[in-house]
Write a protein that binds this ligand. Structure first.
Ligand code: F6R
Length: 242
């Protein structure tokens, strides 16, 4: 695991954008694993800017998102499909048919999970996977106690994650408690992984991921097993490292 400590969130986003740019410049038909949440927004803005300036192109790229709320379809403003369209896909030269987000409205979620894995395999596997980290150490929606070899599946969200994400929902609005998420085994199959974390509220999770034991209690600690995992953090998120 390579740890890169930057001064602030803006530098973290720029460093992450460099990794994505290099990947796309080396291999135009890259398969990119993407994430939602607050952390990648600045990175996506930077990728949009570089795409507009002609520095990078997504024309031949394919994407697979980590996760989606089960029970929301892609037109729901809180769905991760909607988020990705708004924050990235609508602003770059990607072919939308090549963007994949787990289907939150799947009639048969179990089959949909197997289908998602099959699509990733058919695309040749993920070249570069972007991750954030939850305060409880989750990656994707792999909450603590997730199997370290787990594959794409339906997962219950913990109370902590539901509370953390409540900020995105209106008061009284239906907030799903279930998700479809790539498994930890799925994530570890990516050829390269880059995890971004910023802010003091991520410092405990970052410490457990980097210095803690390999344990399902901190799903991100599984990245210790990956041969090309880069963790890019700001000073605040790094503040509890030894
Ligand atoms: C999002 C995802 C989550 C987030 C994590 C951090 O697709 O899979 O694991 O990366 O919850 O979220 P933020 O960036 O909002 O702190």
């Amino acid at each position: 695991m390579q740890i890169v400590i930057m001064n602030d969130a803006a530098e973290v986003a720029a460093y992450g954008a460099d990794i994505f740019s290099t990947q796309l410049q080396r291999k135009a038909e890259s398969v990119l694993g993407l994430a939602t949440g607050s952390t990648p927004v600045a990175l996506y803005q930077e990728l949009i800017r570089r795409n507009r300036e002609g520095v990078i192109s997504f024309k031949d790229a394919t994407t697979f998102n980590l996760d989606e709320y089960l029970g929301l379809n892609g037109s729901h403003p809180q769905s991760y499909r909607f988020f990705m369209d708004e924050q990235l896909f609508n602003h770059i030269d990607i072919d939308k048919d090549n963007t994949h987000v787990p289907p939150g409205d799947a009639k048969n979620p179990m089959t949909a999970c197997q289908d998602y894995e099959a699509r990733m395999a058919a695309a040749g596997g993920v070249d570069l996977q972007l991750l954030g980290i939850g305060r409880n150490g989750h990656i994707g929606f792999n909450e603590p106690s997730s199997g370290l070899t787990s594959r794409t599946r339906v997962k219950t969200l913990t109370r902590e994650t539901i509370e953390d994400n409540a900020r995105f929902f209106e008061e009284g609005e239906y907030q799903p408690h279930l998700s479809i998420t790539m498994g930890i085994g799925t994530i570890l199959d990516a050829r390269k992984v880059v995890l971004l974390a910023t802010g003091e509220n991520k410092a405990d999770a970052v410490r457990d991921m980097v210095e803690g034991p390999l344990t399902a209690s901190c799903p991100a600690s599984a990245l210790q097993l990956h041969k090309d995992a880069v963790v890019v953090i700001d000073l605040a998120a790094a503040s509890k490292l030894k």
